[in-house]
Design a protein around this ligand. Sequence first.
Ligand SMILES: [Zn+2]
Ligand SMILES: [Zn+2]
Length: 94
Amino acid sequence: MAVKIIEGKNYHCGTKMLTVKISADMSHTGKERLEQKPVDACIADIVNALNLAGIFTDGCCCGHGVGTGSIVLTDGRVIEVHFPDDWEAHKGNA
Ligand SMILES: [Zn+2]
Ligand SMILES: [Zn+2]
């Protein structure tokens, strides 16, 4: 997609608190646990679905309209998230 820089407003994003699983090897307690994490709202549904499926995420960012979003998995893989150019309209209709 073409990278669009949208000035003067916060493009399509707030954050959502999500309960994510921290796998045992990633957890400082050495045990699997749940943690509340702020996630960019427009990709929170994807991150939530991954976590529910047992695919743990390390970090993520939607790109905030200026870049490609990414969801980093704990095993090192990275999922890229591309938004349609008319994402604002999609969001409005959601
Ligand atoms: Zn966003
Ligand atoms: Zn972000």
